[in-house]
Every structure is written in structure tokens, then in C-alpha cells.
Write a protein that binds this ligand. Sequence first.
Ligand code: FRU
Length: 711
Amino acid sequence: MRLLLLPLLCLPALSAAATDVIVADFEGEDFGSWKVTGSAFGKGPVAGSLPGQMQVSGFIGQRLVNGYHGGDDALGTLESPEFKVERKFLNFLIGGGRFPGETCMDLLLDGKVVRTATGRYTQPGGSERLDWQTWDVADLAGKSVSLRITDKRTGTWGHINVDNIVQSDAPKTLELKKEFAITDRYLIWPVSRDPSQRQRFWFTLDGEEKPLLYADICLSNNPDFWVFTDLADHQGRKVTVTGTIPGVLGDAWEKVKISDTYPGEEVIYQEELRPQYHFSSRRGWLNDPNGMVWHDGQWHLFYQHNPYNHGWHNMTWGHAVSSDLFHWKEKPPGLQPDQEGYMYSGSGIFAPKGSTALPVKGDSLVLAYTANGNHGYEPGHKVVQSLAFSEDGGKTFTKFKGNPVLPHVVAENRDPKIFWHEPSKHWVMPLYYDGEDYGIYTSPDMVKWEKTSDYKIPTDGECPDLFELPVDGDAKNTRWIAWGAQGKYMLGSFDGKTFKPESGPHQHYFGAAYAGQSYDNAPDKRRVHIGWMRDTGAGFQGMPFNLQMTLPMDFTLRKQGDGIRLWSEPSKEVEGIRSATKDLNGLAFSSGQVDPLAEFKGGQYEIEAVIDVAATTASEVGFRIFDDHAAIWKPGDEQFTGARGKQAPVDGKLNVRIFVDTVSMEVFVNGTYVSKFIRQLPGTKPIRIVANGGEVKFDTLKVHTLKSVWK
Ligand code: FRU
């Protein structure tokens, strides 16, 4: 230890305040007069990262205290000699695990912990960057104190890193507490895309005891874009925001304000990569559709959402409503992270008066969600199933005081999809367990649940759906479909308690679609389904929003060549967004001919085609979309691009519908669905008909131009 308790030599002209006092800069070869136990901290400060560790950054000088000796599982402590409190603040750099009492640095007075600090992370991912933290120690002036750095934790983020502990009259971090009168819809934030810049904020309404929500926001002085906290449901009230941020972000914090608009709103839905007829969120990240329920003429679409940045985080239920499945209006979030933790996927249910034990007077809408306590802000919360209800037709939702309605069962059990089983007169909840395992629970009132059975969807997992459909429209001949996130399903029977598989897994959809679910309470017994179009690449780069939903589609069951199978059609509402149609019915086309589709460049088209297979001689037929060989069928082996298995003609015909939007393409071919993101930005390349080695004969060929739903 080179410097201990020595005043830092600092030019007086730079600061009128008293000079800083360095407690420890950890620049020496060993820990000097600090006492070390265990192995986590090694023999002395180290020059950056240790083997197997992500890159450590943010420390000052050449070395720091690194608790990753021997990896996460090594344990130890490091204790300073006593020193006198001589300044108002103690500033230090700290990084690593956020486990109070286990990966922490404590300030001790007479052997008692009087201040404590941890790193930031509990889950895989994150960053090894050290950040400033500040303790206000004015009340300890003149007292003798000491510091203890502790690593008592094994496993993920079971380590702590520290550097540059300095007494100062100026804090390195700002303790925030600001009350905003909610006079307009939004509290707006300038943010960076860099997830390592996250700062945690708590939002409390009118001095209530428990926070309404908490959020990690990458507040930035040089924002990549602006985001907002949507406070439409809390007009006229006051929200207090608290948090601790690095002092350098003081300017950005001054820009956080209540507003009826947010910078960027003037060009919303006109951004380069914005889907024009698929749902995408105004701001932030989107994954699974959630809470899908039809009620009173409105389709409710909730969705897994990070309102504050481009990637997955802050799991919130975004909320949008539509009367036609295409024109969506975004509402304030349905569920936000709070004491229960993150709001993971789940379902929306119409609950008629008297059908639940929830504290509601008449009919209600219920959201069944997974509260993921592993992502909570206080320890002791598990991954459990909870409910929220609405008595105003889905405008506002109240979390049930009796939550959770189903305590933790196993692993990260999640994604409850509740529905009413009329013959048994009870509620049913399929729940995802782990691997390919699911459980079934039943309840007379949605509050008391009992486990009735288990089932599997081999090679699938997550996000169950369970529903009944007539075969070829025959209400007397039905099957149940047990659906998983990857679009695989088991066909079978269900008696209200147990699902008995009869065949499967069958794969119904392919490509980017994932974690879809179907609507509860849809009119005309329709089984309307929407999926999330996920992307394994970088997503919608450079945009203030990320990813989109699939087209809405209707599921039916049909007897096909190899048995009873699901069949998808684009929901009929899509016809409402057609603006013009080019009709080429009866076309016979062979390669080399002038392509009648060459005029179609850019997004927003639907191609509707019925290919007469018997009259077709080409060995490959279909469509090339903006240079992407995406929708091509080979009559020889009946294989279709992107779909595994055969796509056999039905009555000698191949029915194809292709939907092209700004960056996506979706193909329905004889009831199967395949989707894909288009990497090539549209606008430059035309759509082309493919007829390799012969001729393709179309009974029907139409290209419908589709309108933007945002205009
Ligand atoms: C599926 C999923 C769900 C989970 C949610 C979290 O994509 O992993 O199982 O509830 O995402 O966002």
C-alpha cells in the first residue's frame, strides 16, 4: 500500500474545498496494513481482469482489489486499519455482485456496520465495470471507522471489486429525490443504448409506502434517443423519483421532466426500419405477446417490454388495443416491475361476474402473470404466479392483494395461460416448468389452485397455450392442442384435468415466430393467434424501438394427408388494409419472361397465389422477395423454403400468401406459417416470380398493396 491516509496533493487553484484524503488507492503490490482472509482477494491488488473474468474497467491507476481470484466460488475478506472521518463524503469505486451482506463493502464503527455497498449484478450478463458510490458520512465526523470488503457468495456474480477509496467534501454520486406533479402524460428521459450505463430509479406515487415501479435507465448526457414513463393513468397525482447516479449525469437528470410529448415523437412510425402494418412498440424492446383477450369490441395486446432501452430488461407489460387487429393504440403499461420483481409472460382472461374470488363487483378482465422475484430489488422473492384485475374494461389494472395465487413450484416456473373449462365449470392453468415439462392446475375461483397433472411437449418449452378446436368444423369431433413457444404442439384430449396426447410433437410454424399465444374470449369461436418475431441477430439496429409481432392469424384443425393438423390463415381483418390490387389470375410464367411483379419494390405487399401443381412444369416455383430466395417450393420433394417437412398440395393446389413489411416477410403455405426478417433493406430490389426449368401456372395471382396502419 503506497498511500494510506495521506492528503492527496492537489493544486489549490483547482478546488476551493479541502483536499481529498485517500484512504486506499490499491496501487501497491500487496494490501499493506489491510488484513486479508480467505483466497478471493489474492495476495494483493491486481492489474485488471483475472483469468476467466470479463474485462474489468473503470478502476483508477494500474491496480484494484479484485475478488475474482479462484473465480466466483472463492471466499474471503479484506479489512482496513482504523481511520478518522475527516471529510463529509466517502467516495469509492465498486463493481461485482449485488448481494447485500455477501458481496459488499461495509463501513464499521465500533464493530457495527453503519454503511454498506454492493456491486450491481445478480444474473448472468452485466459488466465488470467499477462505478462510483458515495456515502454521506458527515454524521461520523471525527470518529474512528474501518472498512471491510466481504466475499461470502459462490456462483454467479459471487465476487466484489473495489478501488480508490477517498474522503472528500464533494460526492462522486448524486442522491436523487425529486417530486414531479403529473400534469402531462409522460416523464421523459434522455438515454444511451449502452446497457452498462444503467442506473436504478424508484417511482413512488403521492408518498405511498411501496414504489409503483422501479426501472434501470441508461440516463445520458449525449442521448441516442429519448424514452418515457407513461403516467397517463396517474394524472393529477405526484410521482417522486429516487436513485443514485454518478455526479457527471447531473445535467442529464436536469432534463428529466413531465411532458405531453417526447423528442422523436414527431417522426414516430416514420423511422427507417419501422414495420408499417405489424405491431411494434413506440419505444424500447418487445418480446412475447401477453394477456391476449378480446372484450367489448377490443382486442387487447399486452407484450413483454423494456420501455427504457433497445434490449431485454425491466420486464413490463406494454399494452395496446385495436378494434381490427391492425390499427393499434398504445396505452400505459398494464403491469410494471415492483416489489414482486419482473413481470414475465402470462395471459388475459375475461371473467364473468361471480366467476372469481377476486374483489370485483361485476365482469372483469384478469391478467395472469409470472412475477419473477429473481429480478426483484429485495431478496426473498421467488418466481410465482400472480393476478391483476380490471373493472373498467381493461383501462387500468390492480394487482391482487392476495398474490401470489400460486407459490413457487419448480425452477423458473412461468407463463400461466388461464382459461375457463365449461364442462368442468372451473378455471385451468397450464404452466411452464422447465425443459420440455408443463403442469396443469385447476381452480374454482382463480385464487385457490390445485395441481391436477403434468404434460410434455417434447423438444419445445416455455409459453404454453391449451385450446380445443373442431376438426374440419365438426363440433362433435374435436381435439385439444397443447402448444409451446417454438410453435410445436401435441394433439390430444383434455377432460378438464389431464391432457392426453394422441400425436405429436408436430411443428406448425417456422422461422422467426416464437412465444405466441391465442386470444381468450374471441368472437365467433375464432382462435386468433399472434406470435413474437424474434431475431437472433442484432435486431432493429439504430432504432429507438426493437422487434415486432407476427401478423395475426386464425387457427383451425383440418384432416390433411398425414392426419389431423393445425392450419393457419392470416386473420381476415388484413383485407381491411389493402389499398390496390394487381390481378394476374391465370398467369402462366416461365423464366426469361418479363416479370410482371418487377414494379413492386419496398415493403407493404401481400401476394396471394394459388399454384396449379399439375399444370406446372418448373422444378422450383415461388417468389424471390427483394433478392431473398425466401418463398420457393420444389414440386419434386414438396419442400418449401424455411418449413421443415412436406408441404403437400391440397386438391392439386398450393395456396400461398406472402406478407412483406418494412423488414419482414411471412409466408402462409397450405396452412403452415414461416416468417423471416429481411436483412436487405427493401426499396431497391423488386419482387420476382421464380419458375426454374419450366413454367408455373397460377390459378390466382394477386398483389395487394397494403396501407400503413399508422397513418
Ligand atoms: C419467452 C420468455 C418467457 C418469459 C419471458 C420473459 O420468450 O422466456 O418464458 O416469461 O420470455 O421475458
